[in-house]
Design a protein around this ligand. Sequence first.
Ligand code: SF4
Ligand code: SF4
Length: 243
Amino acid sequence: MAGKSFFIDTTKCTGCRGCQAACKQWNQNPGTKTVQRGSYQNPPDLSAATFKLVRFSEETDTPGEQRWLFFPDQCRHCIYPPCKMEADRTAPGAVILDPKTRAVIFDPAVKVSPEAFKGIREFCPFDIPRHDEKTGAMAKCTMCFDRVGEGLPPACVKSCPTGTMNFGERDDIRKMAQKRLDEVRKVHKRASLIVPESVRVIFLVKDYPEKYHRFASRGSEVGVTRRTALRRFVDPLARAVRS
Ligand code: SF4
Ligand code: SF4
């Protein structure tokens, strides 16, 4: 199981959104008009023009105190991507695997009908894919496979000033993530890595994943289709890796 992986250590994230801006710049995605919604998170969600979004959650566990939980959300580049399984059936060629990095990529030249897109999005355990209604293509993080192919890190990793965003060979990244988890758990007993055996984008969170975002972990609130996809494609892999 070669290929690349990310380690996203949310305990180091300051919510500066450098990664979000760098992603827009590299992918030449247009800016999104934003409005004050009572949150520093902007825009409100991922879109065909926003592949990376720093989600902000305000925590008020301790009376009189507030804390931020930052979650730089993006495609997890699943080892066995449910989006591809569904796309192969309903929109052949729309989702491909980069042989070098194992990045999961949507082909912008393949048009996907709204009905097919609905199914593909529902198969994603993390609610990532978006549809460009103007072009008919799908859109999401590409792992910057074009940069990586030239020996450069993904734009979000290059821009992150805090060490939150890390990228490299999968085995090295898994070790890095486990080592950091062991350190963080000494202070934060609920800290965990989110399904590291099933994805190439491994998040470390210091509290329950659902406190960060409803789709932060596949175990969060998921629809019937997502549950089916998880049972069929992701859980068997996790069991095989553990056994
Ligand atoms: S996170 Fe969703 S869009 Fe990304 S590879 Fe996995 S199933 Fe596909
Ligand atoms: S650039 Fe790094 S510190 Fe800033 S929001 Fe992104 S992940 Fe967090």
